[in-house]
Design a binder for this molecule. Sequence first.
Ligand SMILES: [Fe+2]
Length: 263
Amino acid sequence: MFAFDTLCSQAESSLPEGFVRMNSSTAKSPDSDGVADDAAIRARDAVPSDDLHALMLGLMRSLTSAIGAKDAYTCGHSERVALLSRHLATQLGLSDAAADRIYLSGLLHDVGKIGVPEAVLQKPGKLTRDEFEQVRKHPEIGVRILIEIKRIEDIIPGVLHHHERYDGHGYPGRLSGKDIPLMGRIICLADCFDAMTSDRPYCKALSSEAALGEIRRCAGTQFDPELAETFLKLRPEQIHLLLSDHEDRSRKMLSCQESLKAA
Ligand SMILES: [Fe+2]
């Protein structure tokens, strides 16, 4: 059983230099800006929390769609990673609230690709060293995009650390083992599974069975072995069921994007 607190452990110390986690002592109050009496602010405060939650989720999905519009592969990938991450979090015994935060972090894990040139993201061949360095910056760019959005700073460890490896050879922090925030270790597994089972410009998709075999092979090097063990309890048909609702939505979104490109 994991405590939600561990999700954010080391988050502050592992943020790139110059990034400051916002907390209640650093956040400005409306009064400090002298706008507390503003009617718009009062109206905002009156929004019921359920509506606010829906609004936030809508905003997050819009950001995800923005990446999808830039990189066809990422369209659908983010939602599948979010769903798989939430499922894994639930299997690990995390609370529903913690699993929901992991879902959100999974949804936004590649938001920093907005800052990577399209020509690099969509390049069909092998990337040059310089292009690869540009792609490697996306976790930190993602943090810069999200750090200013109040209420979601606790999802940043997943965005920043989803490319760390358990053996310390990942990026951007080269963290290893349990020093990698749990949120990052969970999203890393879901991200790699979905990448392996998706057609990419430079390689064909593996079957779910073959991808699960790769996760077994890389447990303890690339992946947290305990999380990998839990993930490996998933059967391919369960994965298919888990992602099936989303696949319909994703197909519709892709055909919509194709029509827009053709117009
Ligand atoms: Fe990524």
